[in-house]
Design a protein around this ligand. Structure first.
Ligand SMILES: [Zn+2]
Length: 317
């Protein structure tokens, strides 16, 4: 029997993964290639398209479309634009390349937006029409869903909560400005906080680890051992994030804020404290109404499910 399938593609800084996803959110098969293997995005689209067509034919699957999650992805144009962590420069029309090669619909958006749709179709935001998705990895990504739709803005770039200024004249950000939220509230941000405090001579079990080896996981382990500095770093991170989220709530009045990614795995140290600091700063009319939740998508599959859900959402509507 013919089975309908959507391919979700995750373009990462190291690997490109394509997964064949059913409407129930089951990943039946995956294809992996290191991103370095492809000198041009055309070569990437050629290789993956040939394999996608081959796998679909072999299994009697009907390809309903291809969803792509990529850094600096522009939904309106289907392009990746000036992504600092990918080997190709400039503006890359990746959705068009896949649509032509596979003769199907292809939709592309940035990874945090794809995660938000994935959460809405398959995860913690099932049935929700208004929520914020916050991904806490190397940076802080965000996707804003309001009235059941992802907010893209007039140019496709809406939802850069990570680059709202959280600390005036604060840390230098990769975007060239100072004090952006993601320089504090991300896996990289919490490591910067700890290194700064260690350099100031504060005591911690982390003080014998070289600065470049300190990461959010080591800080989490130290916090589990009740290390004061590590616990304080989580509290400080939660405070800055909680304040920023209290501001973000005022724009769309979300029902929930869903956290995902490397730093969100330190759930117990973060969720309650973020909730506390957000509540403290919320306007009265929002108090007690916005839940901070953890993602319900398995981390290894979330990017693929998110990308695939860009297509499945069209058929579910
Ligand atoms: Zn920035």
């Amino acid at each position: 029997m013919l089975k309908e399938i959507v391919v979700g593609i995750d373009i990462g800084g190291t690997n490109v993964v394509a997964g064949f996803v059913t409407i129930e959110g089951k990943i039946l098969q995956t294809i992996h290639h290191p991103v370095k293997q492809f000198e041009t995005p055309e070569l990437l689209a050629n290789t993956f398209s040939e394999e996608i067509i081959f796998v679909c034919k072999k299994n009697n699957w009907v390809l309903k479309g291809i969803g792509i999650g990529a850094p600096n992805g522009n939904y309106f144009n289907g392009t990746i634009e000036f992504a600092p962590n990918l080997p190709w420069r400039g503006i890359i029309p990746l959705a068009q390349l896949f649509a032509t090669k596979c003769n199907t619909t292809a939709i592309l958006t940035n990874d945090a937006n794809a995660a938000a749709i994935g959460e809405m179709i398959f995860g913690a935001a099932k049935g929700m029409k208004d929520f914020l998705m916050i991904t806490l990895g190397t940076g802080l990504g965000s996707g804003i869903v309001a009235n059941g739709e992802l907010i893209y803005g007039h140019d496709g770039f809406a939802g850069e909560v990570g680059h709202t200024i959280a600390v005036k004249n604060g840390r230098a950000c990769g975007c060239g400005r100072k004090g952006c939220l993601e320089t504090y509230a991300s896996a990289t941000g919490i490591a910067k906080t700890v290194v700064q405090w260690l350099n100031e001579g504060q005591e911690s079990v982390l003080k014998n680890i070289p600065a470049e080896k300190i990461n959010s996981y080591k800080i989490y382990e130290a916090a589990l051992q009740q290390d004061k500095l590590a616990l304080k770093a989580f509290r400080f991170t939660a405070e800055i994030l909680g304040e920023s989220l209290a501001n973000a709530v005022a724009y769309t009045s979300p029902q929930a804020i869903i956290l995902f990614g490397g730093l969100a795995n330190a759930g117990e140290f973060l969720v309650q404290q973020i909730q506390f600091f957000m509540e403290e700063n919320l306007l009265q009319i929002y108090k007690g109404k916005v839940k901070i939740m953890l993602s319900q998508l398995p981390e290894s599959d979330a990017a693929i499910l998110g990308a695939a859900s860009l297509i499945w959402k069209k058929f579910k509507n």
